[in-house]
Write a protein that binds this ligand. Structure first.
Ligand code: GTP
Length: 203
């Protein structure tokens, strides 16, 4: 990894035990680790090279520790992030409250960071619908309000995990293309399709 250029800094945020590390494991190594839960200490970094059309994009993913003990540290890791995957566990309503806490912080302190809401462990709902504690439509309304995108994933089955990270990379590529366009042709930023495009120009 040394010397590798990272195009997009991505930070994983969310309450402990929601499954941030498992999402990264599924995406980067296509595996789901079973065995005793091991909480992340501090943060972990991994890079993944991927394709968007004919472009190669390197995602640099920071997997933060969800425990409130490490809250101050997580703040260090989201600085300058272009994308934040804010996770909550679909079977735990308190984890969604914690997700909202991170969204609030990002919106006030990291304007240029695009937010992706991720409801995790969807396989548990396949087994028993009654386990759902966070309503899809409520979160969709919330996501629309904060101009975030919403995914429901399972790291166990792999459901929607690739799609989530692919979308992060695709959005980066379209923002970069928009930046080139505005720099080359002097496009009026007042016509920007999305405020994220504007704020990203400052990174
Ligand atoms: N059934 C199911 N279990 C999951 C899924 N994702 C994670 N888990 C389980 O949930 C527990 C916590 O997962 P982690 O990925 O370690 O959670 P984390 O958010 O990284 O936790 P911290 O490091 O403490 O912040 C583990 O026991 C995982 O096996 C999933 O998609 N489905």
């Amino acid at each position: 990894m040394s010397g590798q250029r990272v195009d997009v800094k991505v930070v994983m945020l969310g309450k402990e035990y929601v499954g941030k590390t498992s999402l990264v494991e599924r995406y980067v190594h296509d595996r789901f680790l079973v065995g005793p839960y091991q909480n992340t200490i501090g943060a972990a970094f991994v890079a993944k090279v991927m394709s968007v059309g004919d472009r190669t994009v390197t995602l640099g993913i920071w997997d933060t520790a969800g425990s409130e003990r490490y809250e101050a540290m997580s703040r260090i890791y989201y600085r300058g992030a272009k994308a934040a995957i804010v996770c909550y566990d679909l079977t735990d309503s308190s984890s969604f409250e914690r997700a909202k806490f991170w969204v609030k912080e990002l919106r006030s302190l990291e304007e240029g960071c695009q937010i992706y809401l991720c409801g995790t462990k969807s396989d548990l709902l396949e087994e028993d619908r009654r386990r759902r504690r966070v309503d899809f439509h409520d979160v969709q309304d919330y996501a629309d309000n904060i101009k975030a995108q919403l995914f429901e994933t399972s790291s166990k089955t792999g459901q929607s995990v690739d799609e989530l990270f692919q979308k992060v990379a695709e959005d980066y590529v379209s923002v970069a293309a928009f930046q080139v366009m505005t720099e080359d042709k002097g496009v009026d930023l007042g016509q920007k399709p999305n405020p994220y495009f504007y704020s990203c120009c400052h990174h």
